[in-house]
Design a protein around this ligand. Structure first.
Ligand code: IPE
Ligand code: IPE
Ligand code: MG
Length: 260
């Protein structure tokens, strides 16, 4: 039986949705379910990845319209190399196509493209085109779109520890100076703020090695909707839900009333 939640795409985005004070300033998305979406339609998984790439464009454009400062999309994890060669190859070609083909969308919307992850392992052409789009869009003023590519949260933290150790050995940093701020300053992109809201599509309730350090106090919103069916209205729904959350950061919020 078809999954009811992905049966019909919701109507087009209400253009009157706006960000309000207190809304997330950094939204990060675990874009999952491309494969299942395609298989449920009797197609190869790669077909789902093509459809997912269209969703990336729609959501990026909407975040730019909303004036969201930061959007981070988990596009390829350090564990995704475990997939069949053919699928990895297609994902790399899609990335290449995105880096080139989406330049116009990125520039028209004032988006600044950046990356998160170890780009060294990517095919050289993919890396070159992604880096070219990063350079071209560097002086834009809008949403910072970070694509997490060959990204792993543990690898990122381990790399930070390694650099801190190197600096300690070189006498640039004393062990007593290694606090949370120092670790954060040695992550892939020290200019990145912690995500306020992490969205995961396709229903899985896990982080899959995404932003392990940065997401420590993020609000988590999971939808059964698979990424190719994810629309602007779902993003709005996530933000509306975020507005209802009470972020306590381990403290107490007095407005909860007696006993709260
Ligand atoms: C997400 O969709 C895309 C990537 C991880 C690259 P999946 O390919 O993981 O789709 P499912 O989870 O198998 O449905
Ligand atoms: C997480 O999705 C990685 C990306 C969205 C790029 P996966 O499909 O790889 O996660 P698991 O394997 O279900 O944990
Ligand atoms: Mg998946």
């Amino acid at each position: 039986m078809a999954r009811a939640t992905s049966a019909a795409a919701p109507p087009a985005a209400p253009a009157d949705f706006r960000l309000e004070p207190g809304d997330p300033r950094h939204v990060a998305v675990i874009m999952d379910g491309n494969g299942r979406w395609a298989r449920a339609r009797g197609r190869a998984r790669v077909w789902g990845h093509r459809a997912g790439a269209r969703t990336v464009r729609a959501i990026t454009t909407e975040c730019a319209r909303l004036g969201l400062p930061e959007l981070t999309l988990y596009a390829f994890s350090s564990e995704n190399w475990r997939r069949p060669r053919r699928e990895v190859g297609l994902l790399m070609r899609l990335l290449l196509r995105h880096a080139v083909g989406e330049r116009r969308t990125i520039m028209d919307n004032g988006v600044r493209l950046r990356t998160l992850g170890d780009l060294e392992a990517l095919p050289v052409a993919v890396r070159r085109e992604v880096e070219r789009t990063v350079e071209l869009s560097a002086s834009n003023r809008g949403t910072v779109l970070r694509l997490a590519l060959n990204y792993g949260g543990r690898a990122e933290i381990a790399a930070a520890a390694r650099r801190i150790a190197e600096r300690a050995v070189a006498g640039e940093l004393a062990p007593a100076q290694v606090d949370e701020g120092a670790v954060a300053a040695h992550l892939h992109d020290p200019s990145m703020s912690d995500p306020d809201l992490v969205i995961r599509t396709a229903g899985e309730m896990r982080l899959s090695n995404f932003l392990l350090w940065q997401a420590s106090y993020a609000e988590f919103w999971v939808t059964p909707v698979e990424w190719p069916d994810f629309r602007e209205t779902h993003l709005h729904e996530a933000i509306r839900e975020f507005r209802r959350r009470v972020r306590r950061y381990g403290g107490v919020v007095e407005s909860q009333g007696p006993g709260g």
